[in-house]
Design a protein around this ligand. Sequence first.
Ligand code: NAD
Length: 368
Amino acid sequence: MIIGVVKDTIPGELRSALVPSGALRLVKKGCQVMVEAGLGGPSRIADNEYAAAGAVLSSRADILARADILLKVRKPLIDEVRAMKNGSIHISFLDPFNEKDLINGLAQAGISAVSLEMIPRTTMAQKMDALSSQANLAGYAAVVLAAERINRIFPMMMTPSGTISPARIFVIGAGVAGLQAIATARRLGARVDAFDTRPVVKEQVQSLGAKFVEVDLGETGQTQDGYAKALTPEQLAKQRAGMAKVCAQSDIIITTAQIFGKKAPVIITRDMLSGMKPGSVVVDMAVESGGNVEGSVLNAEVDVNGVRVIGPGNLVSRVCVNASEMFSANLVNFIEHFWNKEKNTFVLNQEDTLIQGCLITHQGKVLK
Ligand code: NAD
């Protein structure tokens, strides 16, 4: 079985889908691993490290044509799909909600496409959960970015020259990214408030030493997969009103609120921004899915009444070394999980609920 890995070419994508330790694990299983020359370049991983792990360096075209399983971080381009081997398996963040043409193209090309976003968020699947591994690192990167853009320090300091009070950080959305943002801000010594529409999160927020902001929204609930449900317009208005005071007091706001498969909710309005102190920083981690902050711009910092509103795309690429390590481990864990020892090959077992969750195209058909 040939496992191929090609470079992700979209601007700003610095992650690699496989690192040498992952290649070694696959080679030990008996796979032939082919990687595109320069795959680990952004993380300063040299080609010869892949070769030392037993991988074969090759060209993009050769890998696309020969791989039985093709790995990437991001969805393939339609030209790449046409170059892939009929009957092969493709695994990446496919973005299936927004890529109907691509999904049809994958089906027509006879590719079995696995969407990493659709791997069920179960305890058993945690080791393959690339959404979580990447969101966790992005949460860290958001706080580091905010720390660099704010004009004050995070921790309290008592010095002979005076006492500095801790920075106040408000994290909105306490899922995987939000919880890591809280933890990182706390480690740096900030005073942290947090809010999420899922009440179950309160205890997790508090266990990290942050204060949970109470806003009574009535019934919010969550889906059976643990995702937040979209709020009604009335609930969103209540949320904004309930958070306005904390926003005004905060030096930094980090928003991470997402509704799975849908546009992110707008939570911070221009009015709320104008209530903040000049020099404050707002990082909109949801900017790529529509944005939680009114006026945030993808890959730009805009000034709204003296508040710096930052809309960083692909935050996790800022820590591409660890992001690639985690991503690679998630993919190798996935392949190992479905490895059939008797046949000594990867088997796309359609009886398995995990495969049922994430297999988007198979044998010419779009499955979901
Ligand atoms: P996500 O990226 O979809 O959303 C981020 C957060 O935004 C969520 O916590 C969500 O509740 C919150 N949110 C949505 N609307 C909001 C609003 N209006 N205001 C404030 N917050 C809002 O979520 P995620 O981080 O991918 O996690 C989704 C779920 O999956 C969570 O319940 C998480 O605990 C769960 N999960 C479970 C496992 C597992 O192994 N069981 C693994 C990973 C994640």
